[in-house]
Design a protein around this ligand. Structure first.
Ligand code: PSU
Ligand code: MN
Length: 303
């Protein structure tokens, strides 16, 4: 096994006996939500995976060790420290590990560590993508490149329109990443169920998701699969309200010269403040919804 990796005993036992495991990321804990809702949500998501018959493996870097499966104390530590914990994408791994530092894993690094551990299904909220204005800033999330290369299924609620959703889909097409709509033909836009952009395929059952992903794995295509699962209707937000908050947040980011890895956390935090916390409630519900689908799909994959 990889000498930098620690797999929690419960996760190791599940993998060894062919039982379903679902990976979870930790940037959403340290950078995506405020304390204490971040810790409460992380623990609720783990419980939701268990209720769905799978074992949760929350992924992070703790004192330079790549961890697949965290204790409640480690989740509390990442949530309490919040933005003091480095947001760790692929390029951050070598230095953080060599220094023995902590890191909150993004979609990219959660996929990397899940693949090292042998975990195939990963649930999160939203992925990074091609930012608006990327034609001049070249700000394209490493998440898209990882989906191109690493064989993990990522179940999310689409992408926020802080991104250019059309360009994000073009990039994924170029990289050969299948984009699936769960029960929908349209790419969901995180807080809302619709974006106006079509996904590649609509799939309506966890069985068919598992069959498509198994085919991808067995053909040795090498990349991942992106499953976009719309937020439940009752928790979705008014599109005009959320769009206005996003426009305002983008304007402030540009005025304040926010760039690089700070862009996404800045926008997420501002949207939450501008919508007075309503977006946080929706965010929590869509992650729980993705955890339920991930547990069901992981069960079909191991059946
Ligand atoms: N988008 C969200 N919520 C998130 C993130 C993105 O709606 O929490 C986090 C994820 O961890 C994602 C990362 O992998 O931000 C992308 O950051 P960047 O755009 O810097 O690649
Ligand atoms: Mn970026």
């Amino acid at each position: 096994m990889n000498k930098y990796l620690d797999i929690a005993p419960e996760v190791q036992e599940a993998l060894a006996s062919g039982r379903p495991v679902v990976a979870l990321e930790s940037t959403i804990i340290s950078h995506g939500m405020p304390y204490p809702q971040n810790v409460e949500t992380a623990l609720r998501v783990e419980q939701t995976i268990r209720d769905g018959g799978a074992v949760p493996a929350t992924i992070a870097i703790i004192s330079g060790r790549l961890k697949a499966g965290l204790s409640h104390e480690e989740i509390e530590h990442l949530g309490r420290k919040g933005r003091e914990v480095a947001k760790a994408s692929r390029r951050d791994l070598p230095v953080l590990v060599a220094r023995g530092a902590d890191g909150a894993t993004t979609v990219t690094t959660t996929m990397i560590i899940a693949a090292m551990a042998g975990i195939k299904v990963f649930a999160t909220g939203g992925i990074g993508g091609v930012h608006r204005g990327a034609e001049t800033t070249m700000d394209i999330s490493a998440d898209l490149e990882e989906l191109a290369h690493t064989p993990v299924m990522v179940i999310c609620a689409g992408a926020k329109s802080i991104l250019d959703l059309g360009l994000t889909l073009e990039y994924l097409e170029t990289k050969g990443v299948p984009v699936i709509g769960y029960g929908t033909d349209e790419l969901p836009a995180f807080y809302t169920r619709r974006s106006g952009f079509k996904v590649d395929y609509r799939i309506d059952t966890p069985e068919e998701l598992a069959a498509a992903f198994r085919a991808e794995l067995e053909m040795g295509l090498g990349g991942g699969m992106l499953v976009t699962n719309p937020i439940p209707e009752e928790y979705s937000m008014d599109p005009d309200r959320i769009d206005a908050a996003i426009e305002q947040a983008l304007k402030e980011a540009s005025e304040q010269g926010i760039h690089g890895k700070d862009t996404t956390p800045f926008l997420l935090a501002r949207i939450k403040d501008i919508t007075g916390g309503d977006s946080l409630a929706s965010n929590i519900q869509l992650v729980l919804n993705n955890a339920r689908l991930a547990a069901a799909t992981a069960r079909c994959l191991t059946a």
